[in-house]
Design a binder for this molecule. Structure first.
Ligand SMILES: C[S@@+](CC[C@H](N)C(=O)[O-])C[C@H]1O[C@@H](n2cnc3c(N)ncnc32)[C@H](O)[C@@H]1O
Length: 420
């Protein structure tokens, strides 16, 4: 069923694609799409990981996602009646993940929406634009800014603090922040689209709430298994992850997505930080990091050191970012090992990239890190991401490009499985 290599020295070039990991057997539930999220993985990965674990005779009572993002694994754990623990360094991610892992009463949702809409229509809209933070003024026209300001106020007024319903409506609010601004649609780099006509705030909000209500109605019920989702760095000292049987996760890529920058509108509107750049700190794979390269690079494992020394000739600052990323991932491997119960399993979905002709072999680096962390068995297989990619190259702004000297993104990624 599952085509894997199990060897301390994988030849990743010869690991072949396994159809098993390419597609799911059922249609993905709408709840998985209630909020846009960069590099979200398909929900069926969690189902397949569970099936894989069961096939290995692992009894799964608890599972975790240490980079939980918008809560794909969290929601699937709930559906499968499995206790869940997840963390993400970005509060926008954990807001979505928490909102997704709940079942709401449709009548109450409608009731809240009607009250919010009625109060909003009553106005009057205050003109708060002149006092808006510059960082938000940059992205919003006056009308949209004033309307969003009022909408947020009304949501907070009508929904009880710390209630699931407040989470639901704040999540809806968060997902309309880009369409109501001049943010270039679908861009993975923050940039203004001078020709964009931002959407009307209330029309966008009502449409968003309706689609989330349809998603909620699609779920019959959610189990009452426990779900703890926390905001913080997996590598920090503030979190205390519980021991679990199974971890399913996809780590960040290196320098591809600046999550703090991409989530800046939600961060600022929802008061997660006064300056969204504060949230770059500790974010694995970020370009922004402070560390002593000359001292630290010596801790790289064999694969890491080989890749970084090749990159150093091409691009020094990239080599520094990749070094920090590899060192963080080495630490992740150790922490994950410490978190798993005996015979527990970790499954990573991880892709490689290429920069100026140097292959950044994240999968190979992570497999070596897993062995060093003490995993007895590490297996690797490959899946196809999408058939739709026209060119694998991206320019500096993250756009598709035909320039083969840029960053290369592969249309395949690896499934790495470690067993204690
Ligand atoms: C590839 S995404 C995960 C997507 C997720 N599988 C989903 O389906 O939504 C990687 C995530 O790692 C998070 N991250 C980056 N550094 C982190 C850290 N030090 N601790 C915890 N999460 C981190 C990012 O905020 C991002 O949400």
């Amino acid at each position: 069923m599952i085509n894997v290599q199990n060897n301390r020295k994988f030849d990743f070039e010869t690991v072949s694609v396994d159809e098993f990991w390419n597609t799911g057997e059922e249609k993905e539930l709408k709840m998985h799409r209630i909020h846009a999220y960069p590099a979200k993985f398909p929900a069926f990965i969690t189902t397949k990981a569970l099936n894989y674990a069961y096939a290995q005779s692992l009894h799964v009572d608890s599972m975790a996602d240490i980079f939980c993002g918008c809560g794909t694994t969290a929601f699937e754990a709930k559906r499968n009646k499995i206790n869940f623990w997840g963390c993400d360094i970005n509060p926008v991610a954990t807001l979505i993940a928490k909102a997704k892992s709940k079942k709401y009463q449709p009548r109450r949702l409608l009731n809240y929406l009607n009250r919010i809409s009625a109060r909003f229509a009553y106005g009057p809209v205050e003109n708060v634009y002149s006092a808006a933070p510059e960082r938000l003024k940059y992205w919003y026209k006056e009308k949209q800014y004033n309307d969003l300001f009022l909408l947020k106020k009304v949501i907070l007024h009508f929904t009880p603090p710390s209630s699931d319903y407040r989470l639901f409506f704040l999540c809806a609010f968060s997902n309309i922040l880009k369409s109501t601004s001049v943010w270039l649609t679908k861009s993975i780099k923050p940039q203004v689209d001078p020709n964009k006509k931002p959407r009307d705030v209330m029309a966008a909000f009502r449409e968003q709430c309706r689609s989330m209500m349809v998603a909620n109605a699609e779920i019959d019920s959610l189990s009452d298994s426990e779900s703890e989702i926390v905001t913080g760095s997996f590598l920090g000292t503030a979190l205390s992850p519980p021991a679990v049987d199974l971890i399913v996760t996809s780590p960040p890529y290196v320098t591809s997505y600046e999550y703090a920058d991409l989530h800046q509108l939600s961060t600022l509107w929802l008061d997660f930080a006064l300056d969204y750049r504060e949230l770059r700190e500790g974010s694995i794979g970020s370009r922004h990091h402070a560390y002593n390269f000359n001292r630290e690079w010596k801790r790289l494992n064999h694969t890491g050191a080989r890749i970084v020394s090749r990159l150093l000739d091409q691009h020094k600052s990239k080599a520094r970012s990749v070094t920090k990323y590899f060192l963080d991932m080495q630490q992740v491997a150790h922490r994950v090992h410490g978190m798993l119960n005996d015979r527990g399993i970790v499954l990573f979905v991880i892709g490689n990239t290429e920069y100026k002709g140097v292959r950044i072999d994240n999968a190979k680096h992570l497999s070596e890190s897993l062995f060093s962390a003490g995993f007895n068995c590490v297996q690797a297989t490959k899946r196809k991401i999408s058939k739709k990619i026209l060119t694998p190259y991206r320019d500096e702004r993250g756009k598709f490009s035909s320039d083969s000297s840029g960053r290369k993104v592969y249309s395949e990624e690896f499934i790495l499985i470690g067993r204690k």
